[in-house]
Structure formats: C-alpha cells, structure tokens
Ligand binder design. Structure first.
Ligand code: NZQ
Ligand code: ZN
Length: 399
C-alpha cells in the first residue's frame, strides 16, 4: 500500500426534497450572489429549477441563471459563464443537473478566479489557485462529479476533450435527492451504471500490492451496481435501489477507493476521444471499450482478472485456471452491459472504422508518451485495443 493524503471537504445532503435547502446551504457558505448553472432543460421540466429559485429567494440570496450546458460540455459556454460572473460580481456557482452541467459549473467557478484563458488549466499549462464558492444538485447517478476532484470540458474548435484534476473541483456542498432521477430515461440510467463501474475499475486494476481494504471496497461498490441497476429498470418507483445507485456513484469517484494504490485511467482516456468526436454518452463509450480492453490486458495479470471474476461477476467460485476464469468474468460483464441496453463494441456505438487512427493519435498521454498506469499503453496497444473493440463480441474471447 502506498502513502497518501486524502481530503474530501464536500458536505453531502442526501434524501428526498433536500433541494429545498439550497438557499440555506448557500447562505451557510456566505454566498451573496449566486449563478445557477444548468443544462438543456431537464431541470426546468422537472420543476427542480423553480424549487431552487424559491429556496434562494426564501434565504434572501440574489441570483442569476445560465442554462445551456450540453452533454460533453463545451468551452464556449464556460467562457460566457466566466464573463457573466466577473461582470455581475457572482461569488458562488450552483451547478444543477447531470455531470455535464456540473462540470461546466466547476469550470466557471475556477475559471473566473484565473487570470488568463481557463483552457490553460485543462491543458495542464497552469494550476488553479482558487475558485468561487461551489455547490451542486446532482440529478444523474454516473460521474460522481458531486464529490470528485475532476471536471471535463470539450474545446469546440478541435473537439479536444480534457479534464482538470484539482481538489478545488470538490464542491462546498452537494445535494443528492434520489427522487430527482425518476425523470431519467432508462438509457441514461444504464450509461450511468457503466460509468460508475468504470470509476471503480480504473482503481481496481492496479499493480500496487497489499490493498486489501480498497480491493474489498471496490468489489462492494461493483456488486451494488450490478444488483440495484436491474432493480431500478424493473421497478422505476422503488426508492431503495435509486438511493443506493446514487450513493454508489458518489462513493465510486470521491477518491476513497483509490487511496493507497496507483490508479489507471487508460479506459477513460480512450473513451473521452469517442464522446468528443461522436458526442455519444460517456457511459456508453466506456461499455463499448471495456470488454476489448480487458481481454487485451488479461494475459499481463490473470490473477487480478480472476479475482474480479470470482468476487463480482461469476457466481460459481472455481478459480483454478485464472486465464479462463478471467475470460469468464469479461463475458459476464459484457452480458450485464448488453442486458441493460448498452453497446459492447465500437461499431454498435456508431464509431467509423476509418476514424480509429485519428482517435488513437488524440488520446491523452502521460509525459513519457504512454497512456494509463496499470499496463502503460504504447501507441500500438492503443490502436490494437480500438481495433479489437471495433467489432468485439463474445466469440472474440475464443481468439
Ligand atoms: O441537459 P439536460 O436537459 O439537463 O439533460 C441531460 C442530458 O441530456 C439529461 N438529464 C440529466 N439529469 C436528468 C436528465 N434528464 C431527465 N431527468 C434527469 N434527472 O441527461 C443527459 C445526459 O446528461 P449529462 O450531464 O451529459 O450526463 P452525465 O452525468 O453522464 O455527464 C457526462 C459528462 O461528465 C463527464 C463525461 O465525460 C461527460 O462529459 N465526466 C465527468 C467526471 C467528473 N467530473 O468527475 C468523471 C466522468 O468520468 C466523466 O468523464
Ligand atoms: Zn467516467
């Protein structure tokens, strides 16, 4: 186990109707002028925006609104938000909606306090030093952005999608009301489940030894997602499964599961190029990559894949041949994705085969040119994984 320093300062406010406390929470953060930032309209249709406005008015807090954050949010609206905050002396940004609206809110809160082009921060040319106050009300269990140290923005000019990791991205408070997910289409629930699974796996696949506690925590979150996602799809009115998926989403990406271990993040790097170029849902892109990525990496560490299969994906606990058992785990994971309606290859996601070289060239690399840390991927590995993922199916497991 590695040494670490971990600080998660966000106050989480969990349960039905808790969004009515938005005004009081902003006041407790000494907010004077709030920017409510949201997406393309779901928060208007659900009535959430009105409830938040009522709550701010009741608390006597002035506010402005800026909507329009699109899925895979763009830098153009971030620039607009930064200008607005500076012009109007906004001191607190309240992001409401899915990961895209909240990531855009994070970029505005940090970018307003940066004396320069905020994209410097997303291209690692500079580090942020401060931000405006930041609160969130999350409506989609997926990204965990309500507690994460990350935000992801796409540069419109060249469709470059890049993330900023900084503890400043961790909100002052986040309100989580599982009932707000009731208006989500099943497709978004499924994409969210894949994203949560992936946030765990990016930490689970590690070469760090003696990480017994976080291994078990990871497996617990994965088992929870596998159990409650089909329950939500079967019974949309059940509160318990929604509440558990919502909290699993936060826990998966709050950083706790990565404490003391080296994290990977190569699948996210490969996926971000897909959602940037084709504007597909991030979770769907992850589901379409994982089976091939796992099959490609399995020979390098069959024990880890066998353990994942044993602990999470395969009920029959016969782990004698680790290679075979690892393959069985991949098969079961792909079946889970298919069962909840997700693609398990790039062709079904809508990727054009002729774009694969372009995608591979854009993938974010480490300073030494590799990608990820579990098995640092070289250029030829990235290309091979995209190619295997293009038409992956269960029969690929027999190759
Ligand atoms: O824009 P609106 O109208 O709000 O509609 C959204 C959008 O169309 C809709 N939606 C959200 N909540 C809803 C709802 N519709 C009905 N009822 C609700 N309760 O769902 C659609 C997708 O929303 P979006 O915010 O794009 O989805 P998600 O939460 O999956 O966020 C994806 C973005 O987050 C990034 C992804 O790359 C992508 O850009 N990520 C952010 C991370 C972070 N900040 O820590 C980590 C992740 O790995 C990820 O990269
Ligand atoms: Zn993700």
């Amino acid at each position: 186990m590695l040494d670490f320093q971990y600080h998660s300062p966000t106050q989480f406010v969990f349960g039905p109707d808790r969004e009515k406390e938005a005004g009081a929470r902003c006041k407790a953060c000494a907010a004077k002028r709030v920017l409510i930032h949201y997406g393309s309209g779901s928060v208007i249709r659900s009535g959430l925006l009105q409830r938040v406005e009522d709550s701010l008015q009741a608390a006597g807090i002035a506010y402005l609104k800026l909507g329009g954050a699109v899925p895979n949010p763009h830098d153009t609206l971030v620039y607009e938000g930064i200008d607005l905050c500076r012009r109007e002396n906004i001191d607190f940004v309240l992001g409401i909606g899915g990961g895209s609206a909240i990531d855009s809110a994070k970029a505005i809160a940090i970018g307003t306090c940066y004396d320069g082009d905020f994209w410097d921060l997303y291209s690692q040319r500079a580090q942020p030093a401060s931000r405006l106050g930041l609160g969130t009300i999350v409506t989609l269990p997926a990204t965990g952005t309500e507690g994460s140290n990350s935000s992801v923005i796409t540069r419109t000019a060249d469709l470059l999608k890049r993330g900023l990791r900084s503890d400043l991205n961790r909100p002052d408070f986040s309100i989580i009301n599982p009932c707000l997910t009731e208006t989500l289409p099943v497709w978004q629930i499924a994409c969210g489940a894949a994203d949560i699974i992936s946030h765990v796996l990016e930490r689970y696949f590690t070469r760090t030894e003696q990480v017994t506690l976080t291994d078990h925590l990871c497996e617990g979150v994965l088992k929870t997602v596998l159990e409650v996602t089909p329950q939500i799809l079967a019974d949309p009115d059940a509160y318990g499964p929604r509440a558990n998926l919502m909290w699993a989403s936060t826990i998966a990406h709050i950083g706790l599961l990565g404490t003391g271990r080296q994290e990977d993040w190569s699948v996210h790097a490969l996926e971000h190029e897909l959602s940037a170029l084709y504007d597909v849902a991030h979770g769907a892109g992850l589901a379409a990559l994982y089976p091939a990525w796992m099959q490609y990496l399995l020979p390098s560490d069959p024990d880890r894949f066998a353990r994942l299969a044993c602990q999470v994906f395969v009920s029959e606990r016969n782990c004698k041949d680790h290679q075979q058992f690892g393959l069985d785990g991949i098969r079961q994971m792909a079946r889970f994705f298919s069962k909840i309606g997700l693609p398990v290859n790039l062709r079904d996601l809508g990727v054009r085969k002729e774009d694969i070289n372009k995608l591979a060239a854009k993938v974010k690399r480490n300073p030494d040119g590799s990608c990820g840390h579990y098995l640092p991927l070289q250029d030829e590995d990235i290309l091979a994984i995209y190619e295997m993922a293009y038409d992956w199916s269960e029969s690929t497991l027999n190759r």
